[in-house]
Design a protein around this ligand. Structure first.
Ligand code: BDR
Ligand code: CA
Length: 310
């Protein structure tokens, strides 16, 4: 199986992504590092453990990473995810412990001990933990096979400001470090995740699984989708982070291009924007496999089939 580290800030969609990963024998989860993002770190780390226990996997090693971005104050998104970050179902308080080692140290140690180019970093939140590891221990990059991240948006605009997507906006300096790392990067931006909506029918398919996990996922998404439904009148909300895991499992469901992507760090209006050279009009070399389209029916079929195995 492909070795992965999941770095995440649950978040209902992060939770579904973690469940999809744990349900998939093609992936070996070496550890999960929590980062501050949708809600503060104390809650994201608790939420990761709630989800591992829901999946029947209390053996997964969970670490706490950074409490806030490399610079400036933490921006959170309780208005989308609720006060706990995981509003919706009534999940029990986790019994699992957090590992004593810090999340950034875990990433560095794991990559240093790994075979060259063998570990995939799956980034579902702000890129603070990953950037800290690369900045403080650049030699650890040798262990990375690829970084696959949910973040950014170009054609679709932003979801926090008119031009910035949440994960990049919360820590643009971290995103900049990762995008300049020289490592292979696949990015799943809003352009693709906004086409993967949790319609009523799709949520009912999760409930129809008839398991504790199926019901919990349906409850999570019933809560999560209300934000987009009320604000934008869509049928369902965008299931961002699970797209990353689906891409690892079935890349043929997605298509994109190798392009240059840079993050705006300075502008008052566009800080955190991912500037994509889609038509290669600059001399800047491609650094990102930028995903543009998804087969959303295929994606939800994969997700439903896999969740039914938990
Ligand atoms: C991203 O921001 C978070 O709210 C979601 O979990 C996702 O990772 C979407 O912009
Ligand atoms: Ca997330």
């Amino acid at each position: 199986p492909r070795k992965i580290i999941i770095d995440t800030d649950p978040g209902q969609d992060d939770a579904v992504a973690i469940l999809l990963a744990l349900a998939s024998p093609e992936l070996e989860v070496l550890g999960i590092t929590a980062v501050a993002g949708n809600v503060p770190l104390a809650l994201t780390s608790k939420n990761v453990r709630k989800i591992c226990e829901l999946a029947g996997r209390p053996d997964v090693a969970v670490f706490e990473g950074c409490v806030g971005p490399l610079t400036g104050e933490l921006v959170t998104a309780e208005y989308v995810h609720g006060a706990t970050g995981l509003d919706g179902p009534d999940l029990p308080e986790p019994k699992m412990q957090i590992q004593a080692q810090g999340g950034v140290d875990f990433i560095v140690d794991t990559l240093r001990r790994a075979e060259p180019e063998s570990v995939t970093i799956v980034a579902l939140g702000p890129l603070t933990n990953v950037a800290m590891a690369f900045r403080d221990a650049p030699d650890c990059k040798a262990g990375v096979r690829e970084i696959v991240a949910m973040g950014g948006g170009f054609f679709e605009g932003g979801n926090v400001t008119p031009t910035a997507e949440f994960n990049i906006y919360v820590d643009p300096e971290a995103a900049d470090i990762v995008l300049r790392s020289g490592l292979p990067i696949t990015l799943l931006p809003l352009d693709v995740t906004h086409t993967c909506l949790t319609s009523r029918q799709r949520v009912e398919a999760f409930r129809a699984i008839g398991s504790i996990v199926g019901d919990a996922v349906a409850d999570l998404l019933d809560f999560f989708e209300r934000f987009d439904e009320e604000k934008y009148g869509t049928d369902g909300g965008p299931l961002h982070d699970p797209c990353v895991i689906a891409w690892l499992l079935q890349p043929e469901l997605f298509s994109g291009r190798h392009v240059n992507v840079e993050v705006e760090l300075a502008s008052r209006l566009t800080r955190g924007m991912t500037v994509v050279d889609w038509w290669r009009v600059t001399e800047r070399s491609p650094n990102v496999h930028y995903i543009r389209y998804a087969d959303s029916e295929g994606f939800f079929r994969l997700l439903t089939d896999r969740l039914a195995k938990l």
